[in-house]
Design a protein around this ligand. Structure first.
Ligand SMILES: Cc1ncc(COP(=O)(O)O)c(C=O)c1O
Length: 439
């Protein structure tokens, strides 16, 4: 397969081999998300956003594994360096209990270590005065540890603040912050004192009233944190305006409330800047990252982290050696290939290509996005589902979010030709669904 000439080509989806793999999987797997029966065959050709499934269908993947494969498939920047790495055992080390070297001295090591990754993360958060990192394995763990350091820093921690539409993970602590879909929280015990407000200027006003020292019912000094996704992900790719973000920032400043920016989906270049926070007049005290970084990370200023040993820790913190190398190589590729500017440019190009669809089809309520987090909102959830299905039949992988939104997250190095193919396929998919609806 050549990325320059690859084209989506679908015979049957799911084909017979994919069906066998899916059946095997479900013999012992707990039910989980599984958006479609697409089965990626890791032994077959894949390059950039193109991959091959278990039956030889070629797909154009505009999901980037829900932002966790930011450079697409088999990016040479990652693969060439990884080929130099001879697998070792143990590949996973108890990341908070032992140190690791990748050979030589830190200055001349051929491959980046977990320590280099943390160093780089402080470099790309230096504008927020962040100098300390705690590595974990997943987004939810990054959020758990962000909350823990904030609770730890608050003298009487009683409250936490979140927004309607939020999604921050599925562990018991993190799920208390979720306000996107009831399935995440329903019936589970939750952290006490978590308050939510609408994700809008009206919400910030309501928060201001709640925190008012005279008339409010939440003493600001008892608020351990306010958490928000600078661009809401699972909740429906909601891109806030500058006024909202700066009002949130001002309110937190005024009341000295630590601000956690959950950049797990929006960070590491996805929006055309390293962090979506960078687009705004907005200064987080803690950033959580994962997905594109391949490991979880809680990043902040040293004074927010506990001094006491073992207060925060994890056996497999930092994922494994390979994952943290991948994280470092991803950040290096972003620098080397100007992928922030590229994602910004291509993101605008994607929205320009999508905009005419909104004029053409009544079913489209909105087209929006920031960088390469792009979304189409439909009038109904059924329309969204039908278009995703029709796009898949044509070889384009997309994802849903919110109630009736379709999201597109191509790799950060997506090319014009790939944007053209994807939008043509989407156009066909929407046309077929619209035709079927009027028959
Ligand atoms: C904004 C945000 N926070 C947290 C998480 C949880 O990350 P993980 O699934 O790695 O636990 C996600 C995952 O989708 C996310 O999008």
């Amino acid at each position: 397969m050549q990325r320059e000439t690859a084209e989506p080509a679908v015979q049957q989806l799911p084909g017979p081999t994919a069906t066998e793999w899916v059946d095997l999987h479900h013999q012992s797997a707990a039910t989980s998300t599984y958006v479609y029966d697409f089965v990626w065959d890791i032994t077959e050709d894949a390059e950039g956003p193109f991959c091959t499934d278990a039956d030889g269908n070629v797909l154009l993947d505009f999901t980037s594994h829900v932002a966790a494969a930011p450079l697409g498939y088999n990016n040479p920047k990652i693969m060439d360096d990884l080929r130099e790495f001879d697998l070792v055992d143990p590949l996973k080390i108890a990341g908070q209990d032992f140190y690791v070297s990748t050979g030589g001295t830190p200055d001349d090591a051929e491959l980046p270590s977990q320590s280099h990754l943390m160093d780089k993360l402080t470099e790309i958060t230096a504008k927020y005065d962040m100098d300390t990192v705690f590595l974990s394995n997943s987004g939810a763990e990054a959020v758990e540890n962000a909350m823990k350091i904030c609770y730890d820093n608050c003298e009487q921690p009683k409250y936490g603040l979140t927004f309607e539409g939020a999604f921050h993970g599925r562990t018991l602590g993190a799920l208390s912050l979720n306000r996107s879909k009831s399935v995440h929280r329903r019936g589970f015990p939750e952290l006490s004192g978590i308050h939510d407000v609408p994700h809008s200027m009206a919400g910030v006003e309501r928060l201001r009233e709640k925190l008012d020292p005279k008339h409010g019912h939440i003493p600001p000094e008892q608020v351990a944190f306010l958490i928000l996704e600078p661009v809401q992900g699972e909740g429906g790719y909601r891109v806030p305006d500058a006024e909202f973000m700066s009002a949130v920032d001002d309110l937190c400043d005024e009341h000295d409330i630590p601000l956690i920016a959950d950049e797990i989906q929006s960070g590491v270049g996805r929006t055309g800047k390293m962090w979506a926070s960078d687009h705004y007049d907005f200064e987080p005290d803690v950033i959580t990252s994962a997905k594109a970084l391949r490991v979880g990370a809680t990043i902040s200023r040293s004074e927010l982290f506990p001094d006491e040993k073992a207060r925060i820790s994890s056996t497999w913190g930092a994922g494994d050696i390979l994952s943290s190398i991948q994280g470092s190589l991803t950040l290096a590729a972003i620098d080397e290939h100007d992928l922030l500017d590229h994602a910004d440019r291509q993101g605008k190009g994607l929205l320009d290509r999508l905009a005419p669809l909104q004029d053409e089809y009544q079913a489209l309520e909105d087209v929006r996005g920031l960088g390469l987090m792009a979304a189409i909102e439909f009038e109904t959830p059924d329309q969204r589902e039908a278009v995703m299905e029709a796009a898949l039949e044509r070889g384009l992988l997309t994802l849903g979010c919110g109630r009736k939104t379709l999201r597109l997250l191509p790799p950060l190095d997506v090319r014009d030709r790939e944007l053209d193919i994807a939008v043509d396929l989407l156009d066909e998919a929407i046309a077929s669904v619209s035709r079927a609806a009027t028959v």
